[in-house]
Design a protein around this ligand. Sequence first.
Ligand code: SAH
Length: 282
Amino acid sequence: MSTARPRPSFPAKLGKTTAKASSAAAHLSSAKQLLKPAAHRLGKTDTPVQLQVQVEGLGLDSQAVRHKMVLKLKEQGITDPRVILAMSRIERHRFLDSALVNQAYEDTSLPIGFGQTISKPGVVSRMMELLLQAPSMIKKSSTQGQTKLGRILEIGTGCGYQAALLGQIASEVYSMERVRGLHDKARENLRPLSLPNVHLLLGDGMVGYPKGAPYAAIISAAGGDALPQAWLDQLALHGRLVAPMVAHGTQQALLVVDHMPQGFVHTVLEAVHFVPLKSGLA
Ligand code: SAH
């Protein structure tokens, strides 16, 4: 990564923080707060003065580009307002290296280092929509008007983008990553967002995280040949698991498993392309 070039950041449209800021000075100081992790990655050449110029001189508006991305997601058939809101709120460009920022809102997977990729917004939204249609949610919505999932487990934190999104649609998120470098990167990416309900864990997701079980939903961002038994063991009754799995020969497909009183109900959906699920730590 180049250290000399300033991060071609979108403007500091800071969501909650910006809304609260009542003056330009407050806006600038909170913007600088959020740019801190990026500045850290860029190295010592970025002085606070340069950062200030960067924040004040920003011409692009990430919210507008994100809005376009969301419109495309709707065209692709995403309708759940909770998913739409999460995709509108979480700034994907903050999870990418500077050189890739201008592609952040395209429906494409992008490298995040360590041979891994951030998933496509289209697939992430689709999987979240499937999670929200878990049997538990359908049961609850008719009786209690519940709008969020309960505790969920994510396998494959990667850069933390999906974990942040899941934090918008679930009460608690436990997200596991086997690559220490990515676990650390995700921690750094998520820090400025202050999401107290998102918990990052370094560990082999194939064994799940029994301490947090049972989970209302389990989602995997990496695809294996077979479902780990631990995931089924840790899925709550009326819970739903969504994961890419090899379905026909070598072809990966999205697999949905619902934990019903009569047993686990498997449904194989469309073909997908995810990085492989691997065991152990890296
Ligand atoms: N949701 C991520 C996508 C990351 S790609 C994002 O938004 O960036 C999938 C991730 O799964 C990779 O980071 C890979 O290291 C991780 N992974 C693969 N097998 C794993 C395992 N057994 N346990 C935990 N993480 C795993």
